[in-house]
Design a protein around this ligand. Structure first.
Ligand SMILES: [Zn+2]
Length: 160
């Protein structure tokens, strides 16, 4: 179950995704929260730089190894606007981060992009548990997923 405090983190992820969109990037955003509910780090997608690996979940996984002890990582939660891709799910699993809560699933995103006529990505879409089976995962979050969908539509159809 996702409570009000968690919804706030998820809303922040959608805000960060909106910032990414407004900076010309694909709309994704993520927040890393410690066991006590403190926001430790956040980031948005930065693949428009030309480096297609600069997903926010990957950046947060790297950040966590520099700033957190293993026990702190395991007790932390990563909130994110879109379910981790296989690269980010692997990074999350390798660094030993804890639970993931996502707004929209990879399956939802794939169907939205297919509807918009966007060609398939070069990396296969997989649910997180197929990549990192030990990670607790929650999502999607129905009301917010509609907002995420609208952001992806704006990115791929800027003229409506
Ligand atoms: Zn990713």
């Amino acid at each position: 179950m996702v409570d009000d405090a968690e919804l706030k983190h998820l809303r922040r992820c959608v805000e960060l995704a909106t910032e990414a969109l407004e900076a010309g990037d694909e709309p994704f955003g993520s927040v890393l929260v410690g066991a006590d509910g403190t926001v430790l780090a956040e980031d948005r997608n930065r693949v428009a730089s030309g480096d297609r690996t600069r997903h926010p979940e990957f950046e947060l996984a790297r950040w966590s190894t520099a700033h957190m002890k293993p026990g702190e990582r395991a007790a932390a939660t990563v909130y994110t606007s879109g379910e981790h891709c296989p690269m980010c799910a692997a990074a999350h699993g390798w660094v030993g981060l804890g639970r993931i809560v996502y707004v929209a699933s990879s399956a939802q995103l794939a169907s939205w992009l297919a509807e918009l006529g966007v060609s398939a990505p070069p990396v296969r879409t997989l649910p997180i548990h197929q990549v990192a089976p030990g990670v607790m995962v929650e999502g999607p979050i129905p009301g917010l997923a509609d907002e995420a969908r609208a952001l992806h539509r704006r990115f791929h159809r800027p003229n409506g």
